[in-house]
Design a protein around this ligand. Sequence first.
Ligand code: SF4
Length: 317
Amino acid sequence: MSGTRSPYFTRFRVLTVPANSATANVTPKSNGISQAKKMKKDSCSDTDQVQTKRKIKKETKIEIKQEVIDSFNDEFPKPVIKWEPNNWMLLLNNIRKMREDKNAPIDTMGCEKCKGENYSEKDKRFHLLVSLMLSSQTKDHVTHAAMLRLIDHGLSVESVLKMQDSKLGDLIYPVGFWKKKISYLKRTAEVLKKEYDCDIPNSVEDLVKLPGVGPKMAYLTMTCAWNKVVGIGVDVHVHRIANRLKWVRKQTSEPEKTRKELEDWLPQSYWREVNWLLVGFGQQICLPINPRCSDCLNKDICPSSSAKSRKLKREHL
Ligand code: SF4
């Protein structure tokens, strides 16, 4: 086999091995010197070429890199990585399942159920505002009963202005802080007559200027009366449950802070629903005191689940 070595094989060996390699001696001696010189020369010119290429490449690379960075930054600003709570979609879907029956007090006696049918649109908006004003610190069934009495009597901006305080008190009693609320209703009716032609304001900024109207009422009024979802209505239930589910980065001390936290990560398409879901859920399962964690579909994933901590304790006994 060695005697019949192919010329292609020899050439291949010569061209591929380094010049100072012992294997270079396999070529005839007469050719060895010139081949080695040629290879050295080739390797020198190769090195120059490689260095030049590298230099060009380096310069070009820097130039392109800068251009690319500039244009990229212009076209695609740095994405802001938003915080969102763990498992929020799963928790929300479980709450949806638990609310499927729609049999919480809010479903039958919430503010949306507190408007007179045979009234003008203007009056219906006023009814919604009044029911929200009465609802603070008051159970839904008490607010609902008071609203039915007011509507039966005739409820409009004009009628509130004409009504004696004592009569208004009779109609709204026993809602929480009913005496204070008589004054709020009277003063609000005066503003609405004077500045809004007996309608209600259609912005949160103007709604919160009315006596006795806070941000929660304003956002809910915008949603229910004007069908504009401009914020989340956060009442005590939404505030409490958002904290229990760790839907806030840090424990919040008041509903307004909870609202801002929620609006920061929760997509706007959920803002209307989340109030209705959490209020009913808070009325039936995630109660203020002694929440019914063992009946809750979130018991294994909720960060505040007492059922989960009881289970863990049992496992470690
Ligand atoms: S597990 Fe308990 S604390 Fe958590 S959401 Fe359910 S009822 Fe509320």
